[in-house]
Structure formats: structure tokens, C-alpha cells
Design a protein around this ligand. Sequence first.
Ligand code: SAH
Length: 259
Amino acid sequence: MKPAAPVAIVAAMHEELRALLDAMPDERRVVRGGRAFYAGHLEGREVVAVLSGIGKVAAATTATLAIEAFGAGAVLFTGVAGGVGEGVRVGDVVVADALLQHDMDASPLFPRYEVPLTGRAAFPADAAMSGRLAAAAAAVLADAGELIGREHLAPFGIEAPRLHRGLVASGDRFVSGAAESRALCAALAQAGHLPLAVEMEGAALAQVCHDFGVPFAVLRTISDRADDSAHVDFLAFIREVASRYAAAIVRRFVAATGG
Ligand code: SAH
């Protein structure tokens, strides 16, 4: 990462961005491409915070602008996701090692899931950045009762949240059915891909960062199990749990980032 360049912090949800802005003392609001970027400081480190919106296109334009218009030297994405891996439960956190688009299919011209002309399906996250992010997440989860507040975790049945690292699958679809989730995972498994979580932005951001040669990492709090009850309490979970996790983890991560 270029040491003098700001870290872009891309949030998928308004509530998550809000929690970060509350911790930024001097942010300057600049609108580009219809989205508001907040350039300033977090934990004494230069950052630019922005709401990506939902879906792959929104994530791609946001990442492009963060890099090209705001000179971001690294991109951190924070959001929620549906847990599909075994033992990936609501309230757990996933740090992506790699991301792929589960709705990319140019077969038979290219293997299913491969992004045409790139020769790859999965885009690896930056190892050093993801390592720092995982360390920050582990520290927050180990003390979640104190740092987040037991009263916020208990209503969602969260007792001992865990950190997972692995593949995250993105697509322009809110996966909200057990049968749908099973079919998606079975098809991915056939191609050798075993995702821990599904969401709607990460792999697009990964592809953009890869194209620009900018390191990135993706943090996802598990909000649902991508099953028939995926929509239940979704917004309450983001407000009560995910936004608090995100703020605590991102602040710790940024504080540990040099420059
Ligand atoms: N009802 C919500 C819609 C959110 S869409 C609203 O009104 O704001 C879901 C968002 O959460 C996306 O940003 C996606 O990345 C993530 N997400 C969480 N669970 C998901 C799931 N089961 N499938 C796909 N995306 C999911």
C-alpha cells in the first residue's frame, strides 16, 4: 500500500457508514457519481468513507471512484452477508480470502464462474491487509460482550461469535431461500468452490481493485443464513449488531495501519 494514500472504507449500509462517520472528527463531504464520499481522518489515519449502495455495479463504480478520484491506496469493504458455510452463524464475522461472482456464467465459451478474459473466477484479497483485518476482528469478537454490549447481542441469540476466513460469493441476488442457497452452493461445489458467505458487492470490488493493482480486504458480519428467514430482523440486526461490529473492527484495523 502507498503509505501516504488514504484508505477507502466502503460500507454497504447507511447505518454502518453512520457509525464510522461518528468517529471521524473532520470529514469533508464530496459528491461524485451520485454518491457522497467523506474524506477525513479516522484514528488519526487519512481515510475516505463512502456508501457503496447495493449490488455489483454500485460496488464497482464506488471502488473505481475511490481509487481514481480520491487516490485511495487501499480499499476496505464492510457489510453484512448470508452465511452458507457449515458453522457460519448469525453474528459471526467472515474475512474474505478470495471472492467470486456466483452469477457469472459465460459457459460454454469460458468455464462457469470465470470472469471472461481474466482467466480467473476467484480474486484473492490482499493477504497482509486481510491478516490485519482478521486480527482486529478476532480482538473485537473475543470481547464482544463488553465492546458491543450483551444487551445488543442477546436478542439475536449471539453468545460466542466466531471469526471465519475463506471464500465469499457475490451476485446480484438477495439469497433468501434454503432451496436456492443449497442449489447455489451445490453448483459452486461442482466447480470446486466452497463459499462461507453470500453477498452482493465484494467480488465486484475485488475485480476493480485487482485491475487497478490496489490492495483490498472484505469484512462481512453474518446477518442471516441465506434461508427462508433471511429477511427477518435484517434491518434491526444491522442497526443493533453489524454497525457496532463494523465500527469497532474498522477502527481497530485503521489504528493498526501504518502511514
Ligand atoms: N432489505 C434491505 C436489502 C438489503 S440487500 C434494505 O432495504 O436495505 C442485502 C445486502 O446485504 C447487500 O448489500 C448484500 O451484500 C448483503 N446480504 C446480506 N445477506 C444476504 C443474502 N442472504 N444474500 C445476498 N446478500 C446478502
